[in-house]
Structure formats: C-alpha cells, structure tokens
Design a protein around this ligand. Sequence first.
Ligand code: MV4
Length: 445
Amino acid sequence: MFSRILVANRGEIAVRVIRTLKEMGITSLAVFSEADRDALHVRLADEAICIGPPAPSESYLNMARIISAAEVLDAEAIHPGYGFLAENAHFAEVCESCNITFIGPSPQSIRQMGDKVEARKTVLQANVPVIPGSKGIVETPEEALKVAHSLGYPVIIKAQAGGGGKGMRIAHNDGKLVSLFHTAQREAEASFGNPSLYLEKYIINPRHIEVQILADTQGNVIHLGERDCSIQRRYQKLIEESPSPLVSEELRKKIGEAAVEIVRTIDYHGAGTVEFLVDGEGNFYFIEMNTRLQVEHPVTEMVTGIDLVKEQVNIAYGLPLSITQEEVDLKGWAIECRINAEQPEKDFLPSTGKITFFVAPGGPFTRIDSHMYAGYNVPPFYDSLLGKVITWGKTREEAIGRMRRALMEFTIEGIFTTIPLHIRILNDLDFQKGKDYSTLLERVL
Ligand code: MV4
C-alpha cells in the first residue's frame, strides 16, 4: 500500500480525506495557503507545507506548486478532494508524468465526461436515455432557434465545459433565447475559457437523482444506490439524502444498471457519480457525470457502510473493490445538511470572521464533517462551505428528527450560517412528505 499521500485541498474535504488516510496507516501530507496556516487540515495531517499566497490561483489551483510540494514531501500519490484540481485532466497527466499516482480516474475519462456534449453522445451510445437536445454544440442563435423549434419551449442553454449551473439559462420564447444565448456564451467564456453551448429540452420540476459508482482497474463496477439532491438554490445543493423518497426498488435497479453501463462503456476507474433528472412520470434522463468524490458522499457511506475514500485509495493502488454488487446492502436512511458561512436573509451573502463560540452536535448516528473549531477565522478567499451534518435513521422520519435535534444543538457564534434555514426546511410539511419541492424554498426564505 502507499505509505505517503498528499491531500491537494483544504477545508472539510481535506479533513475528511486525512481521517481515512490515518485509519489506513498512511502518512498524510497537507498543503496550505498563507490564509490557512491555522486550518484544521494542517493540524490533523502528519506533515504540512505552505504552497503560497491566499489566492487559489497561487496555491490550491497551482499545479507547479502542488507537484513541488509532493516531491519535497516524498508523496507517492495525490488525493485531489473535490473542486480545485479534482476534475482537471491536465493535472492528472502531470501527476502521471511525475510518477505520482493521481487518486481518481484516467485523464481521458476526466476529459470525456468534462466535455458535457461528448458525454451526451457517449451515453446515447450506451443506450441510456439522455435529455432530448441538440446533436452537438450550437454555434449561433439562429441554430439555437431551429433546435428550440424542434424541441418545443421551454429549453435550457448549457455550457459544453459546464456543470454547476454556470452558463445555464432557461428560455421560454424566441426573443429570450436569442438574448440569453449571448449572455450564456459570455458567462461560459468567463468561467471556463470556452464559450461553446448546447441545448436541452427544459424538464419542469424534475428530481435531481445521482448514482454513486465505484470501478476498479480489474473491470469490476458497482453502484451504491442513489442520492436525491433536489433541494438546491441557484444550482447549489442545500440538502441531500439517500435513498430518494421518490425512487422505487424497480427504478433504483434501472438507474443503477444504467450508471454501471455508462461507466463500463468508457472504461472508467475510481469513484464517480452519474447524474439523472427524473420527471413526474418516473422517466429518467442522463444529464452529466462527475469524475470525483462529491460533497454529499457521506449519505451513501452511511447507508452502505462503505468508506468511499478508502475504496478510492485501494483502486488507485490497483487493488480490487472490497465488495461485490450482491454484497451492497442499503440500510435505513441518511440526510445531509450543508453548513455554509452565509446569511440567507441577505441573498446568501458570504459571512467571514472569527468563530467566537463553538459546540458541535454529537449523539447517536450523527456525523459532522467540518474544519470548524472555536477561535477559527473564516477566510474570505474560498468556498463558504464550513461543513456538513449527516444523520442516519432506520426510517426517513427518524433521520429527519435526528437532524432537527442535531441542528438545534449546533452552536456557532461570531458568523452567520445556513443552520436556521435548514431548521425551517426540515419543519416544512412538503419536505417531510418528500414529494413536491416546487414551492418549498420560496416559503422558507
Ligand atoms: C436541468 C433542469 C431541467 N431541465 N436540465 C443542472 C445542473 C444540476 N445541478 C441541476 N441542473 C438542472 N438541469 C434540464 N434539461 C433542471 C436543473 C435543476 C434542478 C433539477 C432538479 C432539482 C433541482 C434543480 C435545481 C436547479 C436546476
């Protein structure tokens, strides 16, 4: 097994990965920016090295500095976490050429699924339903009009290099489509350095259902059931759960097998997530695949008992998966609430500064993945995610009740967080029914 692994990330995910490395007896190596000297991931790691100024481009996104750190610290492998360099095919290549194992899929897989237009074509070839849309890239507003007329309005404009909502626009008529096409093009160019767009039929009030998969380098592929991530605001997920209250045993088998088929088609290895939209009639359509560990992975860990980071490390070392599909046993229900340093009342304005008082919840079946501590100074340079509360129950009701208890116990003073908003969502009757979230956020905001 590897003896030294570098974690090329910060915050709660760096803490999460270091915890598994410790459990596996692997020396954990941290990198940090000048703004993160006092960060928890630095304290928890066995060794740590400063890689530059606070700006991500000069630290956590800087390949040369991260590779240098890995060489100085004698790392055999790099775990990228999520965000930053996790889905950067070039970084995975640079690691390979430096004889450092990238803990993730091959550069080709990252590239193939990072190109959302190519991903649609690949999935169509695997005979999995894809949302009706343009054949490929839509070059001009005129071409967009033709595609929209054949699909029928509303349509959604998406970026070829997209994901996460950037460059996405919904159009309800010709006039709007033409003006939004230009806006989306500019946003895609600014966000990804690639202005290319494609079109899809806009599905009204869908559920966001994603399937966790694991694939080793011996050709074993399994799925670990689904996560329902339908509670989102501006494409940011707020709450996730597993299983989905809307997925029947029959649908679970179908989308699980579809996800496995996609992964086999592209010769994928590592952990990954296949995202689907499910409409009111239970039809499912592929939207995209994420080639990394996701923020919401703990809900899958809680219902399967599988440590996804441990599986990632084993796969990267060339070991087979620790379980077969038949051995995957989904037990009970898990819910995750994302705790962000934001003020929902002020349009989710990021909140920074010192945490003056801090008490994390504990108790039965309650997991906290976070880098917070009393006295921690929340820096303004990075994502506002401070951590996650994950609760498990035999039933959905039990998991929700436990989450309400845990959130009410959570005491964070000195900054604003999304905890009060989560309590209002959990108290909402539509959330408790798990059925129709179309007006939920308007009510609680
Ligand atoms: C869509 C959609 C409706 N129609 N695509 C894309 C990224 C993902 N995070 C959400 N995305 C959506 N893509 C088509 N063709 C609606 C969403 C969407 C959404 C879907 C389910 C539940 C909540 C959502 C919140 C925002 C956007």
